[in-house]
Design a protein around this ligand. Structure first.
Ligand SMILES: *Cc1c(COP(=O)(O)O)cnc(C)c1O
Length: 380
């Protein structure tokens, strides 16, 4: 990330035993994938979240690509994705030839608007990909019910939502598949990395094959076959154990990390919510039945101009704040898939007005005070 600001938007920090574990991978001579540290990460995710199977991958993007392969997405199939998300949510399915159908978001949580879902389903729809934006759960009971009635698969893009819950149940455990990100901007990180969570046991064996270049190498290593060979399509989605060692140290410290992020989030909220409300500025909405993952703190400004002015003002104070996402239905690729201006009005409006404040595990209270003071000095 850009470190040229005294208060950057994001900053990586060590939380515990990262370097010790990395050096251990060399000591035991295990730096390729699926060795001691990868297995520890798998066991951790399976035990804490209670998923049938977890597999670390090179990225969340690649975990989503594995989902598209596992669901046998074919050219002409339709996949419903919120317009307000990162490109990979859609691209992983477009890569298999799917037509992406863009759903608008709810104005409160900025999550896929479940009330619009049924109207987007056709005879070609194969899957829906809810994104738990900012780690606040989508309405998974409604989405799951609609998907079941229409025979659709649910794939959770849980890049923001690790350790968040919906109605008491972990995010990432609702879909047949879920994808995690351990990119440096996420709560738990190893720089670049991800994981596939599998909640439908029927998908496990093929997931192992797809992740291992289309071979049954995993079965070979378990002694279940006496040689391994090419048995299906696949690619190279295995994370190096050097990164898994870093990741495992972060996972071991997950409660510390989540407590730090909760404190940061609550501090912003305590100091900015009333100020914002008095000025017609939006703050994150977390419904009572959602336990969020404390992934980000954002403001929704009254207009694009005010948003840009706030970002510039904060820059002049040495603070980097950022915006996202350009709605996918208005992107060049999205327009080729039929995306049109005005098609997802809430996504379009929020995209122009949202600003994310600096948020990282090691953000000090002193620095946070400076961000809060600068925001409050801004003349809306
Ligand atoms: C970060 C992110 C991804 C992609 O994660 P990578 O690990 O960088 O591939 C996908 N979806 C969402 C919603 C994200 O925020």
């Amino acid at each position: 990330m850009d470190q040229s600001y005294p208060i950057p938007f994001n900053q990586s920090s060590l939380v515990g035993r990262e370097l010790e574990h990395i050096s251990q991978t060399m000591t035991i001579g295990q730096i390729a994938g699926d060795q001691t540290y990868s297995k520890r990460c798998h066991a951790f995710l399976e035990q804490v979240l209670g998923v049938q199977k977890a597999m670390v991958t090179t990225s969340c993007t690649h975990a989503l690509e594995m989902c598209a392969l596992l669901l046998d997405i074919q050219p002409g199939d339709e996949v419903i994705v919120p317009s307000f998300t990162f490109v990979s949510t859609a691209n992983a399915f477009a890569l298999r030839g799917a037509r992406i159908i863009f759903a608008d978001i709810r104005p409160d949580t900025l999550n896929l608007d479940e009330k619009q879902l049924e109207g987007l389903i056709s005879s070609r729809t194969k899957a829906v990909v809810p994104v738990h934006y900012a780690g606040v759960g989508c309405e998974m009971d409604v989405i799951g019910g609609i998907a079941a009635r229409h025979g659709l698969s649910v794939v959770e893009d849980n890049a923001h939502g690790l350790f968040g819950k919906f109605r008491g149940r972990w995010l990432g455990t609702f879909g047949c598949l879920a994808a995690q990100s351990f990119h440096e901007t996420k709560n738990i990180t190893c720089g670049e990395g991800g994981a596939l969570l599998i909640n439908d046991a029927r998908l496990i064996e093929r997931a192992e094959i797809i992740r291992e270049k289309g071979t049954n190498r995993s079965r070979f290593f378990r002694g279940q076959v006496d040689k391994y060979s090419w048995v299906d399509i696949g690619s190279s989605y295995v994370m190096s154990d050097v990164l898994a060692a870093f990741l495992y140290a972060q996972l071991e410290a997950w409660q510390t990390i989540q407590a730090q992020r909760q404190r940061i989030w609550k501090y912003y909220d305590q100091h900015l919510r009333d100020w914002a409300q008095e000025r017609g500025i939006g703050c994150p909405v977390v419904p009572a039945h959602c336990e969020q993952s404390y992934h980000m703190y954002y403001l929704v400004m009254p207009s694009l101009e005010k948003r840009q002015a706030l970002i510039s003002f904060l820059k002049s104070r040495g603070i980097l704040s950022v915006f996202h996402y350009v709605p996918l239905h208005l992107s060049p690729m999205g327009q080729r898939m039929g995306g049109r201006n005005g098609a997802c009005p809430v996504s379009e409006q929020k995209s122009e007005r949202l600003v994310r404040l600096p948020f990282y595990n090691s953000l000090s209270q002193g620095n946070q005070d400076q961000v809060i003071a600068a925001v409050q000095e801004f003349h809306v």
